[in-house]
Design a protein around this ligand. Structure first.
Ligand code: PLP
Length: 421
């Protein structure tokens, strides 16, 4: 089977709405390496969009899933419960940075976690409003499309969306939005759209993922927490992309001096199996009545087994420390490349949540074109890179934190060449 042949079949069999980035088809993968059906090899810096902080097929995760396969694969937790779900909740409750006792509910996808966070927040506060941010991405279901602050390609042709969702500005120094500007935009929402006592939650990614790896400043997080406390609003952090050691902490919000009320998580939680969660203050989590939360597959035992192994691997292999170590080297290479690559406008990093943003050196405008060129050059040399950003002019780095040192150095050489030649 060849890539071209598969490509033709794909065009016939699946809708164009499911956009596909690569022209090659996966055959097998291990840690940070992926092979296609023609035997070509790439270093995988996309990691299934931030799912594989523990790499492809980590032996511990494979063993845990295989063991669970031999026991049972599905009971529907709401019908017949199992210990592994409860103990995973206990493990997350111990680590989740919220005030006081925590509880955790499991779901399957990131979007589903976000949907349920909004349900929980509304049930607790008995208020309708949710404020999110421009450039934020929260999923492709109706509620999460409404929460998402990026129109193309996620919202085009799909309206109308659920109401009572409002978008404030996310601080972004490079694009001229200060913390004060962002806070003013919230104030404008309170004046023009919805009174603060009708707002259930302010919801944000501490480091925006799809939006460009934009890092929320600490003074902004502090101001949001204060605003929430003043008006009885819940603060929700979406850690679907930033969670599970990527930023050098288990959760990105641990970098800040504030605590959220609820946290959504998914992706690297279960190392490639579909699992998501909402964790938060027990009192808030208990607001929905029995039967109000759940789902047939929510907290699937195979995915839960994988998540237990992920938590073990993160601790045993010191992946938080490793995220800082790898991120530091990547930033050094990007900084060195800047001298020979005038397109580099910004380098941002929190641990291994690293991004490089490109502007045209003549016009100063975002350059999606140069971004694509770098991606193409890197791929031709065997390195798979992902882009992001509201203007499509950012490359984000999502390599497995378990990547061998030698392979990481090789990838950085390819990156340097792709930026400077
Ligand atoms: C921050 C964030 N929230 C939510 C989602 C949606 O997750 P899923 O695609 O699993 O529904 C994503 C996916 O990229 C994300 O990055």
């Amino acid at each position: 089977m060849k890539n071209n042949e598969l490509h033709q079949r794909r065009l016939q069999a699946t809708p164009r709405g499911i956009g596909v980035m690569c022209g090659f088809y996966a055959e097998k993968a291990e840690n940070a390496t992926l092979w296609d059906v023609e035997g070509n090899e790439v270093i995988d810096f996309a990691a299934g969009i931030a799912v594989l902080n523990t790499g492809h097929r980590h032996p511990k995760i494979v063993a845990a899933v295989e063991k669970q396969l031999q026991a049972f694969t599905h009971t529907a937790y709401q019908i017949v419960p199992y210990e592994s779900y409860v103990s995973l909740a206990e493990r997350i409750n111990e680590r989740v940075p919220v005030d006081g006792p925590a509880k955790t509910a499991f779901f399957s996808t990131g979007a589903e976690a976000l949907e349920n966070a909004v349900k929980i927040a509304r049930a607790y506060t008995k208020r309708p409003g949710v404020i999110t941010f421009g450039g934020g991405f929260h999923g492709r279901t109706y509620m999460t499309m409404a929460l998402t602050g990026k129109v193309a390609p996620y919202k085009i042709g799909f309206g109308p969306f659920p109401g009572s969702i409002f978008h404030a500005q996310f601080p972004n120094a490079l694009h001229g939005v200060s913390t004060a500007d962002a806070l003013k935009s919230l104030d404008r929402i309170f004046k023009a759209d919805i009174a603060p006592d009708q707002v259930a939650a302010i919801l944000l990614e501490p480091v925006q993922g799809e939006g460009g790896f934009n890092i929320a400043p600490d003074d902004f997080m502090q101001a949001l927490r204060k605003l929430c406390d003043t008006h009885g609003i819940l603060l929700i952090t979406d850690e679907v992309q930033s969670g599970f050691a990527r930023t050098g902490k288990l959760f990105a919000v641990e970098h800040y001096s504030v605590k959220p009320d609820l946290i959504t998580m998914a992706k690297s939680l279960a190392g490639g199996l579909p699992l998501s969660a909402v964790a938060g203050r027990a009192e808030v989590m208990d607001a929905p009545a029995p039967g109000g939360l759940g789902g047939t597959y929510a907290g699937n035992p195979l995915a839960v087994a994988a998540a237990h192994a992920v938590m073990d691997v993160i601790d045993e292999e010191n992946l938080c420390e490793r995220a800082n170590h790898l991120g530091k080297h990547l930033v050094e290479v990007l900084t060195k490349a800047k001298a020979d690559c005038p397109y580099i406008a910004d380098i941002r990093a929190q641990g291994s949540m690293v991004a490089v943003e490109f502007n045209d050196p003549q016009s100063g405008e975002p350059s999606a074109e140069f971004t694509k060129q770098v991606q193409d050059k890197a791929l031709a040399a065997g390195l798979l890179l992902l882009s992001c950003g509201v203007y499509g002019n950012v490359i984000r780095f999502l390599y497995p934190l378990t990547i061998p040192e030698v392979q990481f150095r090789k990838a950085l050489d390819i990156l340097y060449q792709s930026l400077t030649h």
